[in-house]
Ligand binder design. Structure first.
Ligand code: UT7
Length: 334
């Protein structure tokens, strides 16, 4: 009898090449001071040669399987969260499954940007509880750097995103005291244009136009209304964290560790202050990796487990907000 599901193992994979804020200052009109003050980011990783999100994802997945003491043969489904799929279609999850040598099994992508890991976690939990899978591999992987406008024109977005992947093995735990207590998910498409990448768009005829690549504001790059996103983020994060705590009969005092999606250090600090949380309880690694969207929560969680901040019995809250808008929170007893 499954009491709950739990994260049985975590793994990460990052490109070796480090891009500092000073490196970006050589490409565009920006500065280490501006980026560090406004975002908390000091460096991020960029791939240097052809590398797909599933290449990083496969390395992270192998590490997670090893960490869980299991292997791909024990996995019954693969979920890949990404906004930067290797190719348009088929799903990157099938390419990932192939790289991992998986037998035929369900493999699909989740396209919910910064909330993708939480959406995937909820689906993995549901599959296992419904008896459709025993262990599920959830991977968040991104290669942003090949799709950024790294000139002054694209600086607002170009400086924040980084490449990386992280994976989690989700499986049953018979211990009713441990595991995933809840996941709450939300989406509000009214704000899709506030943070999006419009092209390539199948709804347009013709699908690809020459002007997409040219002009003052090429449609092929991500577009973001930073201030607007920021304002929504600092409202939705505390709201959904409180919602998930209340669902479990918990209060903010019960949070031992908060792992927020790494969008902006100022957002995380604002959320901590709003919730009255000691900043020491909040995991931040945006200084080293920037915003890795779907990979960011498992990447930060894996670090917090590795450095001993997340230990058995601790109450851990994961929370995300991003493009869509989508947002959510999960509560786990480690
Ligand atoms: O993970 C998905 C969710 N994403 C987010 O949560 C991102 C939320 N938004 C943010 O984190 C912030 O809005 C940013 C970090 C993106 C921007 O910070 P901001 O404090 O909101 O700056 P701003 O957009 O209001 O821009 C202030 C100034 C502008 O110049 P003017 O108009 O005041 O002359 C920008 O052109 O800073 C300028 N600017 C830059 N300057 C140097 C924008 N980007 C840069 C840059 N370097 N990279």
């Amino acid at each position: 009898m499954i009491a709950r599901t739990h994260i049985l193992g975590l793994g990460t994979a990052l490109p070796e090449h480090v891009v500092t804020n000073d490196d970006l200052s050589g490409l565009m009109d920006t500065s280490d001071e501006w980026i560090a003050q406004r975002t908390g980011i000091r460096e991020r990783r960029h791939i240097q040669t052809d590398t797909g999100a599933t290449d990083l994802g496969a390395a992270a997945a192998r590490a997670a399987l090893a960490d869980a003491g299991t292997d791909i043969d024990a996995i019954d489904a693969i979920i890949f969260a990404t906004l930067s799929p290797d190719i348009d279609w088929p799903a990157s999850a099938v390419l990932l499954a192939r790289k991992l040598g998986a037998r035929p099994m369900p493999a699909f992508d989740v396209r919910d940007q910064c909330s993708g890991f939480l959406y995937s976690l909820a689906v993995a939990d549901a599959l296992i509880r419904a008896g459709r899978a025993r262990q599920v591999l959830v991977v968040g992987g991104e290669v942003h750097s090949t799709g950024l406008d790294l000139t002054t024109r694209g600086r607002e977005v170009g400086v924040i995103f980084g490449d990386g992947a992280a994976a989690a093995v989700i499986g049953p735990t018979p211990d009713a005291q441990r595991g995933l207590l809840s996941v709450h998910l939300h989406a509000e498409g009214a704000f899709a244009e506030r943070l999006w990448i419009e092209v390539v768009a199948s709804r347009r005829k013709p699908r690809i136009r020459l002007e997409d690549l040219a002009g003052d504001d090429p449609a092929i790059y991500p577009h973001m209304n930073g201030r607007y996103v920021f304002k929504h983020a600092v409202t939705r994060f505390p709201e959904v964290i409180r919602e998930s705590l209340a669902f479990n009969g918990l209060s903010t005092d019960d949070i031992d560790v908060l792992v927020p999606h790494q969008a902006n250090l100022r957002i995380s600090q604002f959320v901590a202050a709003e919730l009255g949380l000691d900043e020491a309880k909040v995991v931040n690694n945006i200084d080293r990796y920037g915003n890795t969207t779907a990979a960011s929560i498992p990447l930060a969680l894996a670090e917090a487990v590795r450095d001993g901040r997340v230990t058995r019995g601790r109450t851990v809250c994961l929370a995300a907000f991003g493009a869509g808008f989508t947002w959510g929170a999960a509560v786990l007893r480690w």
